[in-house]
Design a protein around this ligand. Structure first.
Ligand code: PMP
Length: 426
């Protein structure tokens, strides 16, 4: 037994499934999850001291790479000052100002502790603001484990085959309408029928929890239009795409402006952080300004704000996203060429610094049913082969991959060479 196997066995005695978040259990790919003890730059090191080039980045936050020196120094300094006070601090305002500057649709922002809290609070706010109950989401999109949103969800829920979770009252789930991602016509029809009952449409502006599916031209624009026509709130869940698809998120990249935005991952620089914000008129309904209740013991805590703000400052450097997008495209092109050389049908899609590999004959994957028709068994074999080669991909065929600024050209070349060797065995 290697160290990961021993540790996993022990973990299962005390932790359900041995993990604190289900997709980590490797159920989607088989085998034993790798236990890590150290990370630096583009690399993860497991308990047996094996090195992996990392394309998970702690599921998104590590956009500047692991153990970044500036973030570490800032955290050490804050630790010496105290790790939390449960009272206002200057850095919270600095963080809020930075977010409002980077994402202009956000006029007021509230910090929370996870992406789940961000979407949950945004949905409650939209319902409180409009006085309506119904929300529209899209099949295969994941917005955290919020009761109302865990209906036909993506990510771990999809990987484990439980997109609709037990434990959610039918009387609540009935207010969630699920439509097909990238189907503008379906959205228009739903609004013709139910438009005046719809509090909010919530969408991943690039879907990253059913692999990586960019919006087709006109889709996000249609959402904006129908929400305007029917007085519904448009929520972009940019937990994954925020500060990653571009500095201004997917909304900056595609030029469509939501009313509310949910943020997470990058905004915390690896610490537990989420945020939601948007139009002042709507955000003023949140407590203590308004009647929609929302709170958090650790919200805005100085360690999390320090890691997050330092990350946002680092990625605001001129050309950061252009360089990272270029790196991502080089990697994607490498995967395509490896597939071509080995005769493996593969479609590779990306948006900014996120990407997805689809083992399929379809030249473009834009719909959920196409995702479900991809060859999951082949993905599993590819994943395991890459793991042996020292490349850590997301352990699920339904999760987007993430790149970081710490990846060197050499890392990318090594990844592509490994991919070619593994594909030759598939
Ligand atoms: N929304 C999206 C788009 C996500 O990808 C995730 C997490 N992968 C969440 C919300 C939930 O965030 P968290 O896991 O921090 O609660």
């Amino acid at each position: 037994m290697n160290h990961s196997e021993t540790l996993f066995e022990q973990a299962q005695k005390y932790i359900p499934g041995g993990v604190n978040s289900p997709v980590r259990a490797f159920k989607g790919v088989g085998g034993t999850p790798i236990f890590f003890k150290h990370a630096e730059g583009a690399y993860l090191y497991d308990e047996d001291d094996k090195r992996y080039i990392d394309y998970v980045g702690s599921w998104g936050p590590m956009i500047v790479g692991h153990s970044n020196e500036a973030i570490k120094q800032a955290l050490h300094k804050q630790i010496d000052l105290g790790v939390g006070y449960g009272a206002p601090t200057a850095i919270e305002t600095e963080m809020a100002k930075k977010v409002c500057e980077l994402v202009p649709s956000i006029e007021l922002v509230r910090m929370v502790n996870s992406g789940t809290e961000a979407t949950m609070s945004a949905v409650r706010l939209a319902r409180g603001y409009t006085g309506r109950d119904k929300i529209i989401k899209f099949e295969g999109c994941y917005h955290g484990h919020v009761d109302s949103l865990l209906v036909k969800a993506g990510s771990g829920a999809l990987t484990l085959g439980v997109p609709n979770s037990p434990g959610i009252p039918a009387s609540l789930a009935e207010h969630t309408i699920t439509l097909t991602y990238n189907d503008s016509e379906g959205v228009r029809k739903a609004f013709e029928e139910l438009g005046d009952q719809v509090a909010a449409v919530i969408v991943e502006p690039v879907a990253g929890n059913m692999n990586c599916i960019p919006p087709v031209p006109g889709f996000l624009e249609t959402l904006r239009k129908v929400c305007d026509e029917h007085g519904s709130v448009l929520i972009f869940d940019e937990v994954m795409t925020g500060f990653r698809v571009s500095l201004g998120g997917a909304q900056g990249h595609y030029g469509v402006t939501p009313d509310l935005t949910a943020l997470g991952k990058v905004i915390g620089g690896g610490l537990p952080v989420g945020a939601f914000g948007g139009k002042r008129e709507i955000m003023e309904h949140i407590s203590p300004l308004g009647p929609v209740y929302q709170a958090g013991t650790l919200s805005g805590n100085p360690l999390a704000m320090t890691a997050g703000l330092t990350t946002l400052n680092l990625i605001s450097e001129e050309g950061f996203h252009d360089r990272l997008t270029e790196k991502t495209e080089t990697l994607c092109e490498g995967f395509r060429q490896a597939a071509e050389k080995t005769g493996i049908p593969l479609t590779v899609q990306s948006a900014g610094a996120m990407f997805g590999l689809f083992f399929t004959d379809e030249p473009e994957v834009s719909r959920f049913d196409q995702v479900m028709n991809c060859d999951v068994e082949r993905f599993k074999a590819f994943f395991q082969g890459m793991l042996k080669e020292g490349v850590y991909l997301a352990p699920s065929a339904f999760e987007a991959g993430f790149t970081s600024a710490a990846l060197s050209d050499e890392d990318i070349a090594q990844t592509v060479a490994a991919a070619e060797r593994v594909m030759a065995t598939l």
